[in-house]
Write a protein that binds this ligand. Structure first.
Ligand code: TMP
Length: 214
């Protein structure tokens, strides 16, 4: 049986992390398949260490967009080799909270590195491993930021990405919508503003519609 690779993407406060757990649970119950969850940046011992460098400003040293690109690339290389490819080879369904489409959008559209450069790094580190379906949880920027702030109160002020200006988050939102517009066969955009239950239902419908085997 072939493995299936799904990702959940979207801006801050779109509810990806909650939805990932809910969708994984529903698929575990309904599909009878092994379901593996992952998160980027993170998911392996080395990638979790890199996550700390990327998310926390505590060194006080400014991280260049180029440095971010390389560090996210390193995370994705480790994830592909040590988690995703082995799971897919076993026939599992892998669901990742973010992956390389975040790199295209955050380091490309928002940090303004040329999209071809980001795409080349993604191809280099993933060696052909790419999501079969990308679910974009779309939410207006202000609502997403309000939700993210309410969720994590103080912690989020220390997060290099959450504390970025609104224009950054707007570029992220538009970036995901543009990727989805260009590749509608591989992307599904879901409105993330309704209730958690409704959003889970919409995600599962999109998965069943695109990947009839699940
Ligand atoms: P999150 O796990 O709370 O979503 O935090 C991950 C942050 O890292 C989020 O703000 C998006 C950002 N990010 C990138 O900038 N590029 C990437 O390739 C990935 C995977 C995440």
């Amino acid at each position: 049986m072939n493995g299936i690779f799904l990702t959940l993407e979207g801006g801050e406060g779109c509810g990806k992390t909650t939805q990932l757990e809910r969708v994984a649970e529903a698929l575990r119950a309904s599909s009878g398949r092994e379901i593996v969850t992952a998160r980027s940046p993170g998911g392996t011992a080395v990638a979790e260490k890199i996550r700390d460098i990327l998310k926390k400003p505590e060194t006080g040293e400014d991280l260049l967009p180029e440095t971010e690109l390389m560090l996210f690339g390193a995370c994705h290389a480790q994830m592909c080799e040590h988690m995703i490819r082995p799971a897919l080879a076993r026939g599992a369904v892998v669901i990742s909270d973010r992956f390389t489409d975040s790199t295209l959008v955050y380091q490309g559209c928002a940090r303004r590195i040329a999209p071809e450069t980001v795409a080349r790094v993604n191809d280099f580190v993933c060696r052909g491993t790419r999501p079969d379906l990308v679910i974009v949880l779309d939410i207006p920027v202000e609502l997403g930021l309000r939700r993210a702030k309410g969720r994590d109160a103080g912690a989020k002020q220390d997060d290099r990405f959450d504390s970025a200006p609104v224009a950054f988050h707007t570029a992220v939102r538009n970036g995901f919508l543009e990727l989805a517009r260009r590749d509608p066969g591989r992307f599904a955009v879901i409105d993330a503003s309704p209730s958690e239950e409704q959003v889970t239902r919409s995600i599962l419908e999109a998965i069943h519609a695109r990947l009839a085997i699940l």
